[in-house]
Design a protein around this ligand. Structure first.
Ligand code: PLP
Length: 393
């Protein structure tokens, strides 16, 4: 018989009943150090007092009003995002994949309104992940996500990640946009080097193609800048965000320049819940905390410490690990042992990590992970790796 919850997830046998900062507490009382943070969602850890206060205050006042009316919390959050980024305008969604939907629509509408109605093709990359909506799976294009779900949304050209020649050939003045994660998350913590992001910006400028960044996972302070592309000193035309911006409350957004958004007038797009007062009250508080340069300095300091300790861990277990990669607090342990085995051994030692493609174990801890917790994390990962070494093959 089919389970009452549609069985689309492969769940670990763990039931968490409470969260406190970087820790999750299981129903049986065990405490787990959470280095997954809901896959980069709980950016400020669990039950952060400032977020609890923002949410409860809003909950006592007004939960939902339609986008038929003005929503001050939404306006304030849009103003904060515009002030802190390249963007001139923001549309709020409830998730990353909804942000993908709008990014795709916006890019196509831009060319449509210019009279270039054939200019609909969007270039994407192998190993990418843009969510599970029809546009999201068509954009990523992997067999794993698309098989059986055809006919797929047309208009995506899939390139091999890192193939510069193919990229130069593909991005012509017939292309609507290029869509890329500055650091692939699901794809195995694969950063696009800064000089490649710069080159991509130049290619888009030369051809007119719009540049869309998917910062759903790598954004919101994750890499030690508010957004990952800031390290490369360039900006996109459109950016998708979600995950960390809501700190655990469902919230996403599409940020865009005035030019890129020029086709999106009244009636062209909408969402019942997108930008609702509860989500935006929380998102505003997350922005207030994470966009503070002092907070980001501190993230960078602790990220450097974690990176250094992980390099030591890799060196101590050459049979289990190959290398560390990523940026800030978006780190991947490239494994020699099967990544799923390490995740499982971690659970036995009370530390939660997330598997990714390319045999990588992802570490996406709360941005608030303390120095003591970094020590604890590495100790537990060290025990997990040791357990794999001694386990019979
Ligand atoms: C998680 C993720 C998405 C999809 O977000 P949902 O909220 O699950 O729809 C899109 N892009 C990237 C890079 C992601 O990591």
């Amino acid at each position: 018989m089919i389970p009452s919850v549609l069985p689309t997830y492969n769940r670990a046998p763990l039931t968490f009943v409470k969260g406190e900062g970087s820790w999750l507490i299981e129903a049986d009382g065990r405490r787990f150090l959470d280095l997954g943070a809901g896959i980069a969602v709980n950016a400020l850890g669990h039950a952060h007092p400032a977020l609890v206060a923002a949410l409860t205050e809003q909950a006592h006042t007004l939960w939902h009003v339609s986008n038929l009316y003005r929503i001050p919390q939404q306006q304030a959050l849009a103003d904060a995002l515009v002030a802190a980024t390249f963007a001139d305008t923001v549309f709020f969604t409830n998730s990353g994949t909804e942000s993908c939907e709008l990014a795709v629509k916006m890019a196509r509408k831009y060319w449509f309104d210019k009279g270039e109605t054939e200019r609909t093709e969007i270039v994407t990359f192998s190993g990418s992940f843009h969510g599970r909506s029809s546009a999201g799976i068509a954009a990523a294009g992997s067999e794993k996500m698309t098989k059986g779900f055809g006919p797929l949304l047309p208009g995506f050209t899939h390139l091999e990640f890192g193939d510069h020649d193919a990229l130069r050939d593909a991005v012509t003045d017939k292309i609507a946009a290029v869509l890329v994660e500055p650091i692939q998350g699901e794809g195995g913590i694969r950063p696009v080097p800064d000089h490649c992001l710069k080159g991509l910006r130049e290619l888009c400028d030369a051809t007119g193609a719009l540049l869309i960044f998917d910062e759903v996972q790598c954004g919101m302070g994750r890499t030690g800048k508010l957004f990952a592309h800031e390290w490369a000193g360039i900006t996109p035309d459109i950016m998708m965000i979600a995950k960390g911006i809501g700190g655990g409350f469902p919230l996403g957004a599409v940020l865009a320049t005035e030019k890129a958004a020029s086709g999106m007038g009244a009636g062209t797009h909408g969402s019942t819940y997108g930008g609702n007062p509860l989500a935006c009250a929380v998102g505003l508080k997350v922005m207030e905390i994470v966009a503070d340069p002092a907070f980001l300095d501190d993230v960078n300091r602790r990220a450097a410490l974690l990176r250094q300790r992980l390099e030591g861990l890799v060196a101590a277990h050459p049979e289990v690990f190959e290398s560390v990669r990523g940026a800030g607090l978006m780190l991947g342990l490239k494994c020699r042992a099967p990544n799923a085995d390490l995740v499982k051994a971690g659970i036995a030692e009370g530390v939660l990590t997330v598997p990714a493609a390319d045999n990588v174990v992802r570490l996406l801890p709360p941005l608030t992970l303390s120095e003591d917790e970094i020590g604890e994390a590495v100790t537990r990962l060290d025990r997990a790796a040791a357990a794999l070494e001694t386990a019979p093959a």
